[in-house]
Ligand binder design. Structure first.
Ligand SMILES: [Zn+2]
Ligand SMILES: [Zn+2]
Length: 820
């Protein structure tokens, strides 16, 4: 047994083991191992933001705990790590950094800048993952921006196109005028903003009478195609079918009935514009209304806007409101709070535009999604409905094309002559149609030899929603289905509607199989003020600050113990400090054991003269094993962490170690065999604690293991030791009952000394414990050695009869008198 130093330096220990584990290759997934069962984690490839924030710390701790636990359970664990590189956010930052718009530079140059920024960000985030001590198999690292990954995204598109899931259509889509691209429903955030509700008079044709319409978007008046009222609204239904004049543009439209109108909202009369919001889209389809497109792709008014052509949306709103007021058609304005849809990357107001886009048929899969969601194990269970509700709520198919540069190209061309669509063959990918022609001589339809490339690119979720198959080795490994579906897909509660959902529809469509067997959900990290942690709220704590100050093992305890899985978890410095104090406690008890076990030769066969308190703590350690194993199996990391910390702190340190110290120090009084029994017990119980803790605090437990256990237990790393199996036979209720009483006697005598302000080592000349009955007396006498040793009792008497004196807590029949 090697010696443990008195104090430990966590930064040094953590760095050391992170390097050594890497050198030892213990995280390496063995693709060819058929003996051990595989366990695959669908690590979500993060979006490189340059910051491994506390939310990431929470996620990665969760799945690293799972990975380490499963390895100890004997699984061949696949813990891959990729990077979801593409996307608007990177483009927006490059545009800001270089003070350009994407169109100002050649696409190659723009892409290069994006790649450089992504690499810089990946390096920063990787440092965070390494510092947290995550057991990632880095040989699996991938980047979705690499052509080798494009190949997979493009291949999946080709296969889905052949299966009929992909189509082009001119449909209204969510459009960000700042980013100049279509975006999916899932990329629309909703924010509460103060809006202005304008009450506008719409005159009847050839009359001075009017209807009053309240709208927050008067700039859409030039695109008004109808006015709508509820058919049963007695105030207005007499006007149904009548003509009304759209102010400013003086177009005449018809008043139509629709049950979707809420008579209590605004004035009960609604203008239908193409398109002010999603409701307008539904109405236009339902009533076959004409579409007047008003906006350009960069959010200006097009020629249909008459005198407002060329203005921005905001300028148009101002101008129209002024014009309405000038002719007396603006009755009043109000400023109610309202919810607006904004682009989740740049926070611009999202518009609805009708443009030609690529779509994936996702709504046809809703029933299958529900069925699969039912088959998946959700941690916690109630998260399932989030996925199902989202799938059911979708009005539109998934728009998968984007009008951007930094993304995977859509592998499609069009015949210049006849417009025929040429889909890339499966063997052609990866391919960028903008740089290469299709590998055919001529258009199969008209024979033309000229082709136009598809310039649109894929939504970044097209890259990241095939990870369950990609991690398993699809399409290159023949046996990829051995590792599919993924055993666990970890996801934040906020991305169930994107990640969990898109994975589900993509894999169902591609392989007719659900992508993951279980879904582990983490909540959001809240600031100390209880609101979601965010830089703009000044409640933000950067993870390097936490990791540098307290180290990984303390920080991981915060993540694991901070709250129930799936619930939001507040970040509180005292929680991390508590984690740190616990580690110091664990270190100190290990250093103590290390010192007193110098002459101990571990043995599994030797018979030990176990004393009541030895049996007591061994039984409790067995029950702890059961509780922690159960919690780990159910991904209840907070329960596991609390159980182990409570046991270590209170049962092992406060009670057991205190009670057997004297036995360990003074064999001449207690006997060599009794001392060896305490050594054995301490050694094995501490080992059990280290094992149960090791998924949560891998570094410190490894350091202690290597010094005290590696030689005897024989595993290269604690991480490679088999998880302790709970054995019912080792639970000894009777020993626990007896030990509890002995511990209570010791605790009460110590309490009395403390209350009398005497040092704990004050000699008790005579201790008389009135047991109250014969059996109790017998139990206390069994613990005589540890009681007299710990309480420094010169003479112990345990009469079986009742007596007076100080009552022992929890044992109202038992009293004692101590003579000092
Ligand atoms: Zn945007
Ligand atoms: Zn053609």
């Amino acid at each position: 047994m090697q010696s443990l130093p008195k104090k430990y330096n966590f930064a040094e220990i953590e760095r050391k083991w992170q390097q050594k584990w890497e050198e030892m290759g213990i995280y390496h997934f063995d693709w060819n191992d058929k003996a051990r069962p595989a366990f695959s984690i669908d690590t979500p490839p993060p979006y490189p933001s340059g910051e491994f924030h506390m939310g990431n710390v929470l996620n990665w701790t969760y799945f690293d705990v799972v990975a380490r636990y499963k390895r100890m359970r004997g699984y061949n664990v696949l813990f891959p790590q990729g990077w979801d590189c593409h996307g608007l956010s990177i483009e927006v930052q490059v545009e800001k950094e270089h003070k350009i718009r994407k169109r100002d530079v050649p696409p190659d140059q723009f892409r290069k800048w994006c790649e450089q920024l992504v690499e810089k960000y990946i390096a920063m985030m990787k440092e965070g993952i390494l510092k947290l001590g995550c057991s990632v198999d880095w040989t699996t690292e991938y980047r979705t921006m690499d052509p080798d990954y494009w190949r997979r995204t493009q291949l999946s598109f080709i296969l889905l196109h052949k299966k009929g899931y992909m189509y082009q259509g001119t449909h209204p889509v969510n459009w960000c005028p700042r980013c100049e691209t279509a975006i999916a429903d899932a990329e629309v955030d909703y924010e509460r903003r103060e809006g202005t509700l304008h009450y506008i008079r719409f005159p009847f044709e050839g009359s001075s009478e009017y209807l009053l319409i309240a709208t927050s978007r008067p700039e859409f008046i030039p695109a008004c195609v109808a006015v709508e009222v509820h058919p049963e609204d007695a105030r207005f239904n007499k006007y149904i079918g009548k003509k009304i004049v759209v102010p400013v543009v003086n177009r005449v439209v018809t008043i139509i009935p629709d049950e979707a109108v809420d008579p209590s909202f605004g004035t009960g009369v609604v203008m239908i514009c193409t398109y002010g919001d999603k409701e307008d889209v539904k109405t236009v389809i339902k009533h076959k209304l004409p579409v007047i497109r008003l906006l350009t792709e960069n959010g200006r008014i097009n020629k249909n806007g008459g005198k407002y052509t060329g203005l921005t949306i905001n300028q148009t709103r101002k101008a129209i409101v002024q014009d309405l007021a000038a002719v007396g058609l603006l009755e009043k304005t109000e400023k109610p709070p309202q919810e607006v849809g904004v682009c989740d990357r740049c926070k611009s107001h999202v518009e609805i535009l009708e443009v030609k886009q690529w779509f994936m048929k996702t709504r046809v899969l809703t029933e299958q999604v529900e069925k699969a969601a039912d088959e998946v194990l959700w941690y916690p269970d109630y998260m399932k409905t989030r996925l199902i509700d989202w799938a059911r709520s979708l009005d539109w198919d998934w728009v998968i094309s984007r009008q951007r540069v930094f993304a995977t190209p859509i592998p499609v061309w069009y015949c210049k002559n006849c417009g025929e669509l040429i889909l890339a063959e499966e063997e052609w990918v990866p391919i960028d149609p903008k740089l290469e022609n299709p590998r055919i001589d001529k258009c199969p339809k008209c024979g033309s030899r000229e082709f136009i490339p598809e310039r649109d690119v894929f939504d970044t979720w097209m890259d990241s929603s095939i990870t369950c198959a990609v991690h398993a080795g699809w399409p290159d490994r023949e046996d990829w289905k051995r590792f599919f579906p993924a055993d666990v897909h970890p996801s934040g509660i906020d991305i169930i509607r994107t990640w969990a959902y898109y994975l589900m529809v993509r894999h169902l469509a591609l392989f007719n199989e659900k992508p993951y067997k279980s879904c582990l959900i983490n909540g959001m990290v809240l600031g100390s003020d209880g609101r979601k942690m965010s830089k703009s709220l000044k409640n933000y704590v950067a993870s390097p600050e936490v990791l540098n100050k307290y180290g990984s093992d303390a920080t991981r305890q915060w993540a694991a113990a901070g709250g129930a899985t799936g619930s939001d978890i507040p970040f509180r410095w005292p929680d991390v400090e508590y984690g740190r104090r616990f580690l110091v406690k664990l270190w100190n008890v290990s250093a103590f054991a290390n010192k007193l076990l110098k002459d101990y030769a571990p043995s599994e066969t030797a018979e030990f003269a176990l004393q009541p308190l030895d049996k007591w703590v061994l039984s409790k350690a067995e029950k702890l094993t059961q509780k922690v194993t159960e919690a780990m199996e159910n991904c209840q990391f907070n329960i596991a962490a609390e159980e182990i910390r409570n046991f270590t702190w209170h049962v092992l340190c406060d009670c057991y170690v205190e009670a057997v110290k004297d036995r360990l120090y003074r064999p001449e009084i207690h006997g060599e065999a009794e001392r060896a029994a305490a050594q054995h017990t301490l050694y094995e119980v501490l080992y059990r604690v280290l094992q149960l803790l090791s998924p949560i605090t891998p570094h410190l437990t490894e350091e202690i293991y290597q010094a005290m256990y590696a030689d005897y237990k024989g595993y290269r790393s604690l991480q490679l030791s088999p998880w302790p199996e709970f054995e019912q036979a080792l639970v000894d209720e009777e020993a626990e009952r007896r030990g509890d009483l002995i511990i209570a006697v010791i605790a009460e005598v110590r309490r009395e000394k403390a209350e009398k302000r005497m040092p704990l080592n004050t000699q008790v000349k005579k201790l008389t414990v009135y047991a109250g009955d014969r059996e109790t007396a017998e139990i206390i006498r069994e613990g005589e050695g540890d009681i007299t040793g710990t309480c420094k009792v010169a003479s112990l008497e345990v009469p079986a009869e009742k007596g007076s004196g100080r009552e022992i807590a929890q044992y109202p029949e038992v009293h004692f008198v101590a003579e000092y």
